[in-house]
Design a protein around this ligand. Structure first.
Ligand SMILES: Cc1cc2nc3c(=O)[nH]c(=O)nc-3n(C[C@H](O)[C@H](O)[C@H](O)COP(=O)(O)O)c2cc1C
Length: 182
């Protein structure tokens, strides 16, 4: 792909660390289905716990790497599960790291699309709302429009990737809306 044909580079962040994660599978399915000129790197959110005492220029290397990856992306796609009616601590922890330095966060003004999924029919919608609220604190540029909430996700994954055509199409439409704002 030449520079002229590169329209956007996305960063995909799964809110789950487990290797067989549905969230990761959703990102992998989307990665394969992106239109020409759009690519997505996927990065896991295995980071130390946020500690303001170490949030300084000597912060852990993974933190700098996450902030850098966000800064370099044209848009961020977060796919989160729901844990106990809320967003997983792993994701909140990463967003807290990414929210700093205060006033200079790489997420400020960054186009972000939030997707939630669950094996339950509720699709993680409560976690979705919490992620939106956190992103509005920065503020990131949240993608408006129909929310992508994937219920019954386990039945929509094949060979470790989201494979449901209708959900893929709906999600790609949301990615299009996100890129229209960049
Ligand atoms: C600690 C914990 C809490 C959970 N709470 C919820 C919940 O509140 N709502 C829900 O829909 N699913 C809940 N689940 C089920 C998750 O949606 C399911 O395990 C999902 O596969 C996790 O996402 P992942 O596949 O990306 O790892 C919970 C799972 C765990 C491990």
């Amino acid at each position: 792909m030449t520079d002229a044909t590169v329209r956007a580079k996305l960063l995909g962040l799964p809110g789950s660390l487990r290797s067989n994660s549905n969230s990761l599978a959703v990102l992998r399915g989307l990665q394969d289905a992106l239109p020409a000129g759009v690519s997505m790197d996927i990065r896991d959110l295995r980071l130390p716990l946020y500690d303001q005492d170490i949030d300084n220029p000597d912060a852990p290397a993974e933190v700098h790497a996450l902030r850098q990856a966000i800064a370099e992306a044209d848009g961020v796609v977060i796919v989160t599960p729901e844990y106990n009616y809320g967003m997983p601590g792993v994701l909140k922890n990463a967003l807290d790291w990414a929210s700093r330095p205060y006033g200079k966060s790489a997420l400020i003004g960054k186009p972000v699309l939030v997707i939630s999924s669950s094996p339950a029919f509720t699709g993680g919608v409560r976690a979705h709302q919490q992620v939106n609220d956190t992103l509005l604190a920065l503020p990131a540029r949240l993608t408006a429009g129909p929310q992508v909430v994937i219920g019954g996700v386990a039945d929509k994954i094949k060979d470790g990737k989201l494979a449901d055509e209708a959900v893929l199409k709906f999600s790609l439409g949301a990615i299009d809306r996100m890129l229209a704002t960049k």
